[in-house]
Design a binder for this molecule. Structure first.
Ligand code: PCD
Ligand SMILES: [Cu+]
Length: 783
């Protein structure tokens, strides 16, 4: 077996990056130390809503080692008071001016010789606040009794209205339906909480060129954004994202701290480092979800669905800093019809300001896909309950059929491919569904609460075709560069940036497969804007669908060039040379062949007359469509009626992400995402009390499950390639987070259904489950 075959596509090659991580030698932003570097700390507002009467820097400046304190007014004077938000509907204050709008909002920045001095001094910045009435729900906000943003012309807390689909037809179909269900389901405000918080180092060199090391999922977009905000010419900016300890969508937006660090480095003429604390990460940077969704489904008696309506109220916090593509304020929420063939559908959304932190990032979700998937998968279970049908039968009855692809959904997406029933059947066999239902019936007869929850989700990932998708006007393509050295090794660069996903391995595998080289000897480099081709970065599971395609096509371009050199070496006409079994050979005479390694050497030493020397290519890829991964997830739970405790006894995830590049990495992605989905379903929320206080500002309140709490994950897969992707691959990183919350909740609701409990909003904490059981028993007793 050749090294290519050993490590090629579909093989579970060990992750090339792991030796560095496993031996503690990763290179994170906080590892960077530059002589003379200052540390920055931020002053945060204790109030969710207050007028700033004055700020006194005197005491802070007196702390030994403190070099400067800047406030919002200083930034406004330098025309740096506001940041553009990604989709361009709003702007965000860098440091508060006039008013603070959420608890923990950034008010001032302190620069000092040590982190300790900066933090001590931050506590001594005296801000005189006049507290104002806070608004902590969008339902209060929509009354417009208090207008939160006086900087905006429109005197309302309403940010925007978005809708999609056929309203009249949907209403008519719902009116005619034999059965309808309707339920408000809430996707709670949660937080990606990467283990490494956000941070940066800003340094200007003697020529005035800025190098900015930062925890960024999208370094090129940062470079452009920094240039647009600060006026520094883009060629005078280098953004470097070194190793990143998890991103999960949190490291897509540009944050106020970054602007402050750059300003500090500029005025103090010395490098500045800023590393967030855990509390800063949880309270000020991109939250996720916070969607209140009214789901209505209409169906015939036999279970055939006839219409879907979803009306959402979205809480965007103090600034509309949601990280969504420009033309998609509610992201890809239009995927809410899921895996089901709805003849008509209508969805609308209204977003409001509140005195809560800004964000609305795509936490392991291709922009609001998790919310949409949760809404439809809960809705289908509620409908099954209403019709007294098995949720499996109801789903099978309504699946988009395998033959129907490409399938145009009622909300306008063209699904590329899928085999929903095949995947579901595979999952039912793997988990032994019929046996489980039998066991459940026996337990129910004994009064025990066992539940089985299903989610058969469809996702949309790989933004995107540039005619529809852009961020700040920058089209969402991606890029790759492949350069092969004389000895047949090489360097591969892409516009993406791994935060733990394993691109150093999978990108090498894609190129190795196309070129017949050893992926161990293809160095993958991402994240440095001085060297990587321009790309939109890694989030929304777009890297494999977009950059993965660019890599395969760039490698094929290299192969085309190599073919000319091969023809020269084989003394044959180019047309008589073919690429087969990872080698160039003469058609009909396979014994005459040359390897890519031989061709690479010749490309630099003996390319042949008229052939361009060297062996490299770069390519920008604009995908024709997105990819639509799907899966069937099944959770089995036991609920203790006495304590409200839920035990996830089994959890099976069968994913279909098209062609698999590395099955071990895919399995790791699924395990990680399921653990996050489990946390979201059972323990994680960033709640605000009625006074606007953030009630989960640290890991004592915001719970992250360890291996002890997490269930054992069972996995499986089916393979339905994407027809338009050069290697047939779809994204997978987000699927487990998108598909699992509904499976967990459906399982708990199935367990509680004998008591008549229909729905509980996440997180399904012991208290909530216990309370629901008690309420149901109380209601039964008083009947
Ligand atoms: N078919 C297939 C697919 C895929 N793959 C693999 O897997 C991974 C992933 O992929 P994707 O799906 O494409 O994705 P990406 O783009 O790369 O990434 C992103 C994602 O990813 C995930 N995962 C992870 N992991 C880790 N470790 N870390 C992190 O941070 C993270 N994050 C998360 C998130 S959240 Mo967003 O951002 O929210 O939107 S989105 C996201 C890579 O490596 C690849 O290559 C394979 O193999 N095959
Ligand atoms: Cu989302």
């Amino acid at each position: 077996m050749t090294t290519t075959e050993k490590h090629a596509m579909g093989k579970g090659m060990k992750r090339k990056e792991d030796p560095r991580f496993l031996t503690g030698q990763g290179n994170y932003v906080d590892d960077l130390v530059i002589p003379g570097m200052l540390s920055m700390a931020i002053v945060h507002s204790p109030y969710p809503h207050a007028r700033i009467k004055s700020i006194d820097k005197t005491a802070a400046l007196a702390v030994p080692g403190v070099k400067a304190v800047i406030t919002g007014e200083d930034l406004v004077a330098a025309s740096l008071g506001w940041l553009p938000t990604f989709h361009g509907f709003d702007k965000q204050m860098v440091l508060a001016v006039g008013k603070v709008l959420f608890q923990h909002q950034e008010v001032a920045a302190v620069f000092a010789e040590s982190r300790e001095a900066a933090m001590d001094a931050a506590e001594l910045v005296e801000v005189d606040y006049e507290p104002l009435e806070p608004i902590s729900t969008p339902f209060d906000s929509m009354k417009d009794e208090v207008i939160l943003r006086d900087d905006r012309e429109t005197k309302t807390n309403h940010i925007y209205h978005w809708e999609s689909g056929q309203q009249d037809e949907t209403e008519a179909a719902l009116a005619e339906a034999d059965v309808t269900i309707t339920e408000r389901v809430y996707a709670p405000r949660c937080h990606p909480a990467p283990l490494e918080p956000c941070g940066c180092v800003a340094q200007f060199d003697a020529m005035g060129r800025l190098t900015f090391w930062v925890t960024s999922q999208a370094p090129h977009v940062y470079r452009t954004a920094i240039s647009l905000v600060t006026g520094i010419p883009e060629d005078k900016i280098r953004v470097v994202a070194p190793d990143i300890g998890g991103g999960f969508g949190n490291k897509v937006p540009v944050y106020p701290g970054y602007v402050c660090a750059i300003v500090g480095a500029l005025i103090l003429k010395t490098p500045v480092k800023w590393i967030e604390t855990r509390t800063e990460n949880l309270t000020t940077t991109g939250f996720a979800r916070d969607y209140h969704m009214d789901v209505t489904i209409g169906a015939k008696k036999d279970g055939t669905v006839t219409a879907l309506k979803v009306k959402t109220v979205a809480d965007h916090g103090a600034f509309d800093a949601a990280a969504d593509p420009t033309q998609y304020p509610a992201g890809m929420f239009g995927i809410v019809t899921g895996s089901y063939d709805f003849p008509v559908a209508f969805t609308e959304l209204d977003a409001y300001f509140t005195n809560k932190a800004p964000g609305g990032v795509a936490y392991r979700c291709s922009f609001r896909v998790t919310e949409a998937s949760y809404a439809i998968e809960r809705g289908m279970d509620l409908l099954a309950g209403e019709l007294k049908m098995d949720p499996v039968d109801l789903r099978k009855k309504n699946f988009v059929q395998k033959e129907a692809f490409p399938y145009k959904s009622a909300l306008g997406f063209t699904y590329d491919s899928g085999d929903y029933e095949g995947t579901l059947d595979h999952a039912l066999t793997l988990i032994g569904y019929d046996e489980l239902r039998k066991e459940q019936a026996e337990k129910r007869a004994r009064g025990e609460l066992m539940g089985i929850g299903i989610s058969t989700f469809t996702e949309v990932v790989g933004a995107g075709p540039s005619k529809h998708f852009d961020i700040l006007g920058i089209k969402m393509f991606d890029s790759a560069e492949v350069r092969i050295h004389p000895t047949g090794t090489g360097i591969v660069r892409a516009g993406t940036k791994s935060q733990g996903q394993g691109h150093e391995t999978t990108w090498a595998q894609i190129v190795a497969e196309e070129l017949g080289l050893d992926p161990e000897n293809l160095l993958v480099e991402e994240g440095d804007t001085d060297t990587a081709p321009y790309g939109l970065g890694t989030y929304a599971s777009r890297s494999t669908p977009v950059a993965g395609a660019a890599l395969a096509l760039a490698a094929r371009r290299v192969r085309e060039k190599a073919k000319k050199v091969a023809a020269h070496l084989l003394e044959a006409a180019e047309d008589d040379v073919e690429w087969k079994d990872y080698k160039f050979s003469i058609m009909g005479a396979p014994e005459k062949s040359v390897t890519m390694k031989e061709v690479a050497f010749a490309a630099y030493t003996n390319p042949g007359e008229g052939n361009e020397p060297g062996l490299e290519a770069s390519l920008y890829y604009d995908p024709p469509n997105m990819t639509f991964p799907h899966g069937t997830y099944i959770a089995v739970v036991d609920v203790d009626a006495e304590t409200g405790e839920v035990k996830v006894r089994r959890f099976l995830a069968v994913d279909d992400c098209g062609t698999i590049i590395n099955p071990v990495i895919v399995q790791g992605q699924v395990h990680g995402g399921l653990t996050e989905g489990f946390a979201i379903a059972f323990m994680q929320e960033i709640p605000y009390d009625a006074q606007g206080n953030n009630m989960a500002p640290n890991f004592m309140e915001y719970l992250v499950p360890t291996a002890v709490e997490s269930p054992v994950w069972e996995t499986g897969h089916t393979v339905t390639p994407s027809p338009h992707h050069p290697i047939g691959a779809k994204g997978v990183g987000e699927s487990p987070n998108v598909g699992s919350p509904a499976a967990f909740v459906n399982a708990v609701m199935d367990a509680l259904s004998p008591l008549g409990v229909k729905h509980i909003d996440m997180p399904l904490t012991r208290e909530k489950v216990w309370q629901a059981v008690r309420d149901a028993q109380g209601a039964a007793a008083s009947d």
